[in-house]
Write a protein that binds this ligand. Structure first.
Ligand code: BGC
Length: 760
């Protein structure tokens, strides 16, 4: 069996992708080294403060206020008299969105079609921070090309529950994995001279009632689970912009939340950049002025309050509003802020601070200060190769009884399932894209096999509202399965993409959560019929989150999770299925057997507290994802960190050496199989005795190791004090309680191969 692409990566015959990824590796390694230091990357943003303060002195109050609210759908500010341009934003987060028009009338721009990267959860599944950097580089470069100053991504909210419609835009259930992946993404974008905008701060873990739900949780859950990704984005990633979320937190809207914005973000973490509201997430002029909202974005408030949309009537249909510049004068941070500051001049320094932060981002992105904007590039082979690489490393092999990789000598393949031919770039809501092209799974298989095999296709099920299993389509699929040597079933979830009716397409889309964790449109029935017709069936799932596969998982020989794998997704999938690429993706969140097993659901706290639809209390506390499944001994369908390979890895020679408040973990990993492959070595920490209850284990280190057959590598990981601490609510501080800690090293959270310990 050959693995030419992986071989190229390991050998000397580097192609485009590998060159850019290798460069990314070097930069990401440098980034990682820096991130280990205590240097807060925010300091760099203040370099031009003297010039900025001088500029602010020249502004009238009216001009200052003009800077802090939108003037159209995605742009704000602009003071030609002082040479200050408008600031322009674009979604995000896995490509640059087609032009929406200043007035939300989409513009038919020939450059709308760009690189469609795999979704953020696919990126997280690579467990490869260097790919985070490469991914960000593509986004930054295409944003430059399209003249965008801020790209509205990455999305990093914790994947708390399986049904969140935006899980595809997020990274993981684990704060450490998020922190490691987010830094590369941000640096990749910002090294192109474009601002990333990490979102949605904070506790925006569901779409149901996203605009008015009040999220409550313990301080410990906030600090240990929901904030570390944002803190890493700020302090290690040096992110220039951050987006507030729609929901409330402890009774106050997050975007103007004194505790989240002033105390934590701008206080404790030293954030010097720009807080942007989500589109329509500002609710009160005085709160926004005082509590850290720097730039109000969105659309007309009156229309928004009629429920016709925070963002241009996209959500829920409704009459299309007419946008005129005068509408933007009604924003909370427009005329009302001006009036307030005229009456009370002590508010002016607050406005100055907002303008200062906007100008800092403008300097950092070469919009001011005489530096030239980088031209960027669009739809290059390198960008497409990065899309391919991320998909190849992000697709996860969940189950394999030996049927995979498929043999290239196969003569007949039946491809079954509507997802095999569906294009997904346009799906999901504000993350919608127009890809330059999109290789569907069916096309990828055709590219792979050329005319060496006959490929038949049966749709199997229909994607349509309230659609149930269709007997005629099932019969057709069964006939195709019977006539073929192997079957590749491509189903799972799908992206709702008719954005005038998002809630009609309630799967993996913004503003709506999924109704359940099942495969829609009668797919379980279809899969069972296909498996009965031909046991040589590989099931490929597409989707943004876990799917209940319990009805047939035991009967199928292989399951592959392909997420939404981007414009090269079909090729990546075929490379994995036929063994050109050895799978190395790992799950960034747990697949429960049943939805009820997931802690938020078990505790009845999703999407709201029973009897109170506008409130949710995270009673699951720090027990999110595997922290719950492992502590409370609930068997998952597939564990966090799980992902199979076509080779095998041996772990040995573990040593754990204590430092002052740290430990160095060293081990050897050997590829004991016949093909090259990559293993994600995962390090979890278990506190043997603690004065507070702690999760059974927590991820505190990982490294992706590429190994040729027979090759062994020594892996060294440093666990700093953060790896052993918990958040002490009484002391309001992190605490390293002395004692013995087990260090568990393995291939997933449930496949621990070596155990050591350290006493600190
Ligand atoms: C989304 C944001 C997005 C913004 C602009 C909002 O509805 O929540 O993630 O960046 O729209 O499109």
């Amino acid at each position: 069996m050959q693995f030419p692409r992986l071989a190229a990566l390991l050998g000397t015959t580097f192609c485009y992708a590998v060159t850019s990824v290798a460069q990314a590796q070097t930069k990401a390694t440098a980034s990682a080294k820096n991130s280990g230091s205590t240097v807060n990357k925010q300091a760099a943003l203040t370099t031009n403060d003297t010039k900025i303060n001088a500029l602010i002195k020249q502004m009238t109050l009216e001009e200052k206020v003009k800077m802090i609210h939108a003037n159209s759908a995605f742009a704000a500010g602009g003071i030609p008299r002082l040479g200050i341009p408008e600031i322009g934003t674009s979604d995000g987060p896995h490509g640059v969105r087609p032009e929406q028009g200043r007035d939300w009338k989409p513009v038919d721009n020939p450059n709308n079609a760009g690189t469609y990267l795999p979704t953020n959860n696919t990126l997280a599944s690579t467990w490869n921070p260097a790919l985070g950097y490469a991914y960000g580089t593509v986004l930054g470069s295409e944003a430059n090309f399209r003249g965008k100053d801020i790209i509205l991504g990455p999305g990093i909210n914790i994947i708390r529950a399986p049904l969140n419609g935006r899980n595809f835009e997020y990274l993981s259930e684990d704060p450490y994995l998020i922190s490691q992946m987010v830094v590369g993404y941000i640096r990749g974008v910002q090294d192109q001279g474009v601002s990333a905008c990490v979102k949605h701060y904070a506790a925006n873990n569901q779409e149901t009632h996203r605009s008015d739900v009040d999220v409550n949780m313990s301080e410990r859950a906030l600090r240990e689970i929901y904030l570390p990704g944002f803190q890493a984005a700020v302090q290690q990633g040096g992110v220039y912009s951050l987006m507030g979320s729609y929901n409330k937190f402890r009774g106050q809207y997050t975007t103007e939340n004194a505790y989240l914005m002033n105390t934590i973000l701008k206080g404790e973490w030293g954030f010097k950049g720009l807080v942007i509201s989500d589109w329509g997430s500002t609710h009160n002029t005085m709160d926004a002025l005082r509590n850290g909202t720097d730039l109000e974005m969105g659309t007309d408030l009156a229309l928004a309050s009629q429920g016709t949309a925070q963002d241009g009537g996209q959500i829920g249909g409704g009459p299309k509003p007419i946008y005129t510049p005068a509408l933007y004068e009604r924003f909370y941070l427009a005329s009302p802020a001006l009036d307030a500051a005229r009456k009370d001049p002590t508010l002016v320094p607050l406005i100055d601070d907002k303008v200062r932060r906007i100008l800092r981002v403008m300097y950092a992105t070469n919009m001011l200060g005489g530096a030239k904007r980088q031209p960027g590039s669009h739809n290059t082979k390198e960008h497409q190769a990065t899309a391919l690489k991320v998909a190849e490393e992000g697709i996860v092999l969940l189950k394999n009884d030996g049927i995979l990789p498929l043999k290239k000598t196969v003569k007949t393949v039946a491809v079954i399932g509507a997802n095999a031919t569906r294009e997904n770039a346009g799906g999901g809501g504000s993350a919608q894209l127009k890809g330059k092209y999109e290789i569907t799974p069916l096309q990828g298989l055709k590219n792979e096999l050329g005319n060496t095999a006959t490929i038949t296709y049966a749709q199997g099920y229909k994607i349509a509202r309230d659609q149930k299993a269709d007997p005629a389509l099932i019969a057709e699929a069964v006939a195709a399965a019977k006539a073929a040597e192997v079957v590749v079933f491509v189903g799972g979830s799908f992206h709702g993409y008719d954005y005038t009716k998002w809630s009609d397409n309630a799967y993996d889309a913004e503003d709506t959560d999924k109704p359940d964790m099942n495969m829609p449109f009668g797919q379980d029935e279809l899969v069972k019929a296909v498996l009965a017709a031909n046991p040589n069936t590989v099931v490929v799932l597409l989707g943004g989150g876990p799917i209940d596969v319990s009805a047939w998982a035991g009967q199928t020989k292989a399951i592959v999770e392909a997420w939404y794998p981007g414009m090269e997704g079909g090729n990546a999938l075929a490379h994995i299925l036929f063994g050109d690429v050895n799978p190395s993706g790992k799950l960034p969140f747990t697949f429960p057997v049943k939805l009820e097993d997931s802690p938020a659901h078990k505790l009845g706290e999703y999407p709201s507290t029973p009897g109170n639809p506008l409130k949710v209390t995270y009673k699951d506390d720090v027990y999110v994802g595997y922290r719950y499944f492992d502590t409370y001994k609930v068997a998952p369908q597939f564990a966090f960190g799980h992902g199979l390979s076509y080779t095998s890895f041996k772990y040995d020679k573990l040593s754990v050496t204590p430092g002052t408040k740290s430990a160095t973990v060293k081990l050897t990993v050997t590829n004991t199989g016949k093909v090259a492959g990559a293993e994600v070595v995962q390090v979890y920490v278990h506190d043997e005795q603690s004065s507070v209850k702690r999760p059974e284990k927590e991820l505190k280190g990982f490294q992706k190791v590429f190994l040729k057959p027979g090759e062994a590598k020594v892996v060294t990981l440093t666990l700093d004090s953060g790896a052993f601490q918990y958040y002490d609510e009484a002391k309001k501080a992190w605490h390293l309680e002395p004692g013995k800690f087990d260090v568990l090293v393995g291939s997933s959270s449930r496949d621990i191969r070596l155990t050591g310990n350290v006493t600190l």
